[in-house]
Design a protein around this ligand. Sequence first.
Ligand SMILES: Nc1ncnc2c1ncn2[C@@H]1O[C@H](COP(=O)(O)OP(=O)(O)OP(=O)(O)O)[C@@H](O)[C@H]1O
Ligand SMILES: [Mg+2]
Length: 505
Amino acid sequence: MTLAETALQMHNITIDFPGVRALDNAQFAMDTGRVHALIGANGAGKSTLMKVLSGAYSHYTGEILLDGQPVDIRSPQKSKGLGIQIVYQEVDTALIPYLTVGENIMLNHMVNEMGRKQLIRYSAIHQQAKKLLDRLNIQVSSRSLVSSLTLAEKQMVLIARAISTDCRFLILDEPTAPLSMTETERLFDIVRQLRDNNVGVIFISHRLQELFEICDDITVMRNGRFISQNNISEVTINDIVEKMLGKQLDEQFPVIDREIHQTIFEVEHLCDDEKVEDVTFHVHAGEVIGLAGLVGAGKTEICKALFGQANHVRGKVKLHGKPLNIRTPHQAVKSGLALVPEERRKEGILVDENVRTNLTAANLGSFVRVLSFLDFKKEKEASHKVVKDLDVKTPSIETKLAYLSGGNQQKIAIGKWLIADADVYIFDEPTKGVDVGSKKDIFTLILELAKRGKAIIYASSELAEIIGITDRTYLIYDGKVVKEVETRKTTEEELLFYSTGGRDS
Ligand SMILES: Nc1ncnc2c1ncn2[C@@H]1O[C@H](COP(=O)(O)OP(=O)(O)OP(=O)(O)O)[C@@H](O)[C@H]1O
Ligand SMILES: [Mg+2]
């Protein structure tokens, strides 16, 4: 098929925001009935290009063609009218938590009916929503409240909504980041089903391995520009990494010489009211320990219980031999703990504040001089250092976080604790949504913290990362520690065995 016949074509798309050219003559082309990967480093312009296609911006230049005809997409209504649907990267903001699943799925229809001053027939709404849920094999009741759903279920609800109207192209912006292996498989089944129904699916992800499982074609972007388009079978992971970073990435895990000292952090019989059950572990100064387990195993709950964010926490926690009594995050920070939470957009950052404020807010104490004047110079220097070390793509440290790409927002959530001076650092899935190049920067900074004698707790479902970065690992299953292993003596297979419920006989 020649380019002229390709169903969707975007040519020379350019868009500027204050201080940044987000897209610079970008290109994209695909047909229906295909799954097309859109890949690039954090800030490369993937989400922006897809927002242009879905009518989020009216000020781009360039040309969009559908079936060879130029179309002027300057509003979401226009884009939807042409059969283009998007599931945004920020799942949480796209749903109305106090409405039911069915109402959320049928939202567009309901708005239309209200516009026509028709009565909304709730039984019909739920009936249609249920049909869609069934068709996608999603086991959620149409009458549940969205606020009671897991992240994965919310993701599925968004997809159901996207296909509730006529859909020729479906954009999924990092849909798998919060999903477990089984949930990802279910999503892939849905994607295949849509493709077989001649929908064109655009698939954005930083988990490069999975592209080979689900995608037919791949487009790589860098710095707002088009780099390449290939059939997925023509490229390897190394090719993709090289195209997206503009250089080869030799070793993903840095090696940093460091010493492991005495035990400084001890957790004994930790329990909460919901998930955490009798969790006992310890960390030495200079050591990185893993909390490894599948998505949903209870790692996040353990992190939250330690950080004063869970109800009725019981058990003992000691730092430098002294018992801590942490009931709130504020007390946790005062006691010398830092947590990079998993749901960073919700808990880790202030999207309406700028980069500098976000980086220093956790740590105002050390920037406040006598007479409580903020030490702006110190604050600025520290912010610049984090932006440089983590390669954060931002026009300046005064830029609002809302204007940074998803991955760059993540880096800020991590960076703010890197300047805080804590004794114990807890990282909960820190590399989620972060590109391969930046992952390595994050690993380096974590190992440097360890080298400075900090105790590091690294919670992750990415077993390769557990192997790559920890010294010792506790396997978590159903809220409990089921096994402790020394990392250099274990394998990914062994970790998988215990994290899927395997036990020593
Ligand atoms: N509304 C906006 N205002 C200002 N700058 C923006 C805006 N939207 C995007 N940008 C900038 O455009 C660039 C591209 O961002 P985009 O979100 O498209 O990246 P991305 O490839 O999706 O990255 P990620 O993998 O981190 O999600 C970034 O530098 C970002 O800061
Ligand atoms: Mg993005």
